[in-house]
Design a protein around this ligand. Structure first.
Ligand code: PHE
Length: 347
């Protein structure tokens, strides 16, 4: 080879070829592969040119090397440009495909609410809390003494039959009433005492209005000069707040071993305002809780002098209040977690 004409020609053809090809790429990966194949030192159309150096006469070697290097630099800068523009296009495409239409309406997520029993329990806690009552958290497992004996229900007392009990062992049981908490409080605390104690209780009982597990709220006030009048006074405040203005109470004689006298408390029907309707079975009154003056025997058993102090106690059925308030006629509906029911109840 006396001169480099052949090389020059070859390179200018190759340039044209590359220029034509470069315009056809739409994908940076393909372009990269093409560049790699061109530059391959063994088989590449540009990369392998240096291999030819041995065949070039010495006086042309410098020129040959320069031309090849120029070609290489040209091709590399072309590919750099190409790569930059392809990458830009690809990014633009990606951004467009990932763009968010901020004008689309938002997906509505369902908002949960508290269970009706929890709602009523919280309301009752708030009402008594505002009257200065403290909360005592009892335990669901009790022993026979706290659930019965200390509440003046000794073994073989017929009152034990009033509450079918789930026994865990001869001595331990699932509490049948939050009244068990009264004893714990009176043992631990000297009067004045003013507590409420909400919680689950358990009885082997199962029909439309009874569930083996339900929720009660005990109330206990012990101080000097506490009377049945105080009980009715604070229950009147309570029923007005929970069932609405104008609701009042009526006390009927009843029997609980741990209160004397004992009363059953009715509220005036908040639906018909006492005229008589389906809810109150035409009587104008609805039974809501048991209560009474704390039996002196119970006070004495807890080391409280019954000549100095007296007390009142009440047990509110939280589930019953929830059923009345929300018009639920089967207690099971409260425990079935049926969203069609639960969704309707949000105070
Ligand atoms: N513990 C009683 C019951 O479950 C209710 C009650 C509580 C009655 C406090 C009087 C005083 O039926």
């Amino acid at each position: 080879m006396a001169d480099l004409n052949e090389l020059t020609e070859k390179l200018s053809l190759l340039k044209k070829e590359i220029e034509a090809k470069i315009d056809t790429f739409s994908d940076s990966k393909e372009a990269f592969e093409f560049r790699k194949s061109l530059m391959d030192s063994k088989s590449g159309q540009i990369g392998s040119l240096m291999k030819e150096m041995g065949k070039i006469p010495n006086e042309l070697k410098a020129d040959y090397g320069k031309k090849v290097n120029e070609m290489k630099a040209w091709a590399l800068s072309k590919f750099d440009e190409l790569e930059t523009s392809l990458k830009e296009k690809e990014m633009k495409k990606r951004y467009e495909s990932e763009s968010i239409d901020v004008t689309l309406p938002a997906k509505m997520r369902p908002i949960g609410n508290l269970h009706p029993i929890t709602q009523v329990k919280n309301q009752v806690v708030d009402i008594f809390g505002s009257m200065g009552f403290d909360i005592f958290e009892g335990t669901e497992i009790e022993n026979d003494y706290y659930n019965f004996t200390a509440l003046n229900i000794p073994k073989d007392h017929p009152a034990r039959d009033m509450q079918d009990t789930f026994y865990l062992s001869p001595d331990f049981l699932l509490r049948t009433q939050t009244s068990a908490g009264q004893i714990h409080v009176m043992e631990a605390q000297k009067p004045p005492i003013k507590i409420i104690s909400p919680g689950k209780v358990f009885r082997s009982d199962d029909d439309a209005t009874h569930s083996p597990m339900f929720t009660q709220m005990e109330g206990l006030v012990v101080d000097k000069g506490i009377t049945l009048g105080d009980l009715q006074g604070l229950l009147n405040v309570f029923v007005e707040k929970i069932f609405g203005d104008g609701t009042t109470t009526r006390l009927r004689p009843s029997y609980f071993p741990f209160t004397e006298p004992s009363v059953e408390v009715d509220v005036s029907c908040f639906q018909c305002k006492g005229k008589g309707c389906k809810l109150c079975k035409g009587t104008g009154w609805i039974e809501v809780l048991g209560a009474g003056v704390v039996n002196k025997k119970v006070l004495e058993g807890c080391g409280i002098d019954s000549d100095v102090y007296s007390g009142i106690a009440f047990g509110i059925g939280i589930d019953r209040i929830a059923m009345l308030k929300y018009g639920i006629n089967n207690i099971k509906l409260l425990f079935e977690s049926d969203l069609r029911v639960l969704d309707q109840i949000n105070d």
